[in-house]
Design a protein around this ligand. Structure first.
Ligand SMILES: Cc1ncc(COP(=O)(O)O)c(C=O)c1O
Length: 416
């Protein structure tokens, strides 16, 4: 229906018609109120970042690199920072050259640029179901026809991916890429097993399918051994890799990167020129100081310890207050994906939860159709301390029980 209230209606481009808001962004206005216990965002606990270290890093930039930090930089990013990113990726066994990546304004821009360069309206894209809620507005903004493939506790089901691919092929369609978050997936917290990583790369190679590997959380591991990136398992140019400083340093710097085969990277560079010319040089230099700093690993270690304890607190709280819910405890990252019994709709539940000052992301936000995931929710454990995690989950448990008994009472009445 056309809005009679918007006098600019006739001016909007067609493509804005498919834009969808991200549930997390909508919630942020509410969750920033101090009385609200937010288990909704994907926010690292930036209060835990050592203030003296930040002062020192910024001071070094302003005293030694002020002119550069205040100037425009190359679209692809500052050379020295791109080299530092390569060193970082090499630590995880992913060897790429500095010329093979572009610094972006967060991982979010990296995903947006990839879609701008590869996706026309109506093009098929494959993704995990559930997927990163912040990817939903990107996909809908470019008009992608997203086919979500179920995951289990080993990550995306490669057998079902093959089925989805075949179904598209029968209609003479080929997906532009498959978008995956292999490690501590957002929102489900699960990690793609080594066997599935190999199978996914083999499938991509066999079918000439591009993989977009989004990997913000791999370094936030509390348990178990690191797994190879998909990019490191592929030497055939079939993986585009997205990285970010947001979860290993701070989202406020808005710095990420994209590594892609040269021809794709060239188009991404052109698209970025139009988007923002370059990513903040000041922010890149602060990030460079962080990556090179002797205390970097110590800071990450502290972050892992902090979040690991909060993960444990959330396991305890879910077991106590949502005893019938299903979940997989993550071995790292920031999220639990909790599926309620009783078929309760978490979108309805959220409204009631917000009245009690607790927030989460309803599962539907992680599906492009806005229908699936109705009885699931994403719970974040990095932003609140143990006490608030317990209080938040207890409140969600209270609301869920009330809703379930109300639904049962209404059901009984209908039966009479
Ligand atoms: C899977 C995934 N990709 C991308 C992003 C965007 O991160 P940023 O733009 O802060 O780098 C996030 C943030 O939560 C994420 O979870």
């Amino acid at each position: 229906m056309k809005s009679r209230l918007d006098p600019y209606e006739r001016l909007y481009a067609h493509r804005t018609g498919t834009l969808r808001s991200s549930a997390m962004r909508d919630l942020m206005a509410v969750t920033s109120r101090p009385e609200v216990i937010s288990l909704a965002g994907g926010l690292p606990d930036t209060k835990a970042f050592p203030a003296d270290l930040l002062d020192e890093m910024v001071e070094r930039v302003t005293s030694r690199d002020a002119a550069k930090a205040l100037q425009y930089g190359p679209t692809e990013g500052l050379d020295e920072f791109r080299h530092a990113i390569c060193d970082l990726m090499a630590e995880d066994g992913t060897v790429v050259g500095a010329g093979e990546l572009i610094v972006t304004t967060g991982g979010q821009q990296a995903l947006d640029l990839v879609c701008r360069v590869l996706v026309d309206p109506g093009d098929a894209v494959l993704a995990e179901g559930p997927t990163y809620p912040g990817a939903v507005p990107v996909f809908s903004g470019c008009g992608a026809d997203v086919h979500q493939v179920a995951i289990d506790d080993q990550g995306i089901r490669v057998d079902l991916l093959a089925d989805a691919y075949e179904r598209l092929a029968r209609d003479a369609r080929t997906p532009k890429f498959v978008y995956v978050i292999p490690t501590f997936q957002n929102p489900a917290g699960v990690t793609l097993s080594l066997e599935r990583r190999r199978a996914l790369v083999a499938f991509a190679q066999e079918h000439d399918l591009l993989i977009v590997e989004d990997e913000p959380y791999a370094r936030l591991r509390f348990e178990g051994e690191a797994l190879p990136t998909l990019r490191s398992l592929d030497a055939t140019g079939r993986v585009v890799y997205l990285g970010t400083m947001s979860k290993i340093f701070a989202p406020g710097v808005r710095v990420g990167w994209v590594h892609a085969p040269h021809p794709i990277l060239h188009r991404i560079n052109l698209a970025k020129q139009g988007a923002d010319l370059c990513t903040s040089t000041f922010a890149q230099l602060v990030c460079l100081r962080f990556l090179q700093h002797a205390r970097r690993d110590g800071v990450l270690e502290r972050m892992r310890a902090l979040y690991g304890a909060r993960r444990d607190a959330m396991v305890k709280a879910i077991d106590e207050f949502l005893p019938d819910a299903a979940y997989t405890a993550p071995k790292g990252g920031l999220f639990f994906w909790v599926t309620l019994a009783d078929g309760l709709d978490t979108t309805d539940l959220l409204a009631a939860a917000l009245e009690r000052n607790v927030a989460f992301v309803p599962g539907r936000a992680a599906f492009v159709d806005g229908i699936q995931g109705a009885s699931s929710m994403r719970l974040n454990f990095s932003a609140a301390d143990e006490e608030r995690i317990a209080a938040g989950v207890r409140l969600i448990g209270d609301v869920a029980r009330e809703r379930a008994s109300l639904a049962r009472a209404l059901g009984r009445r209908r039966d009479v």
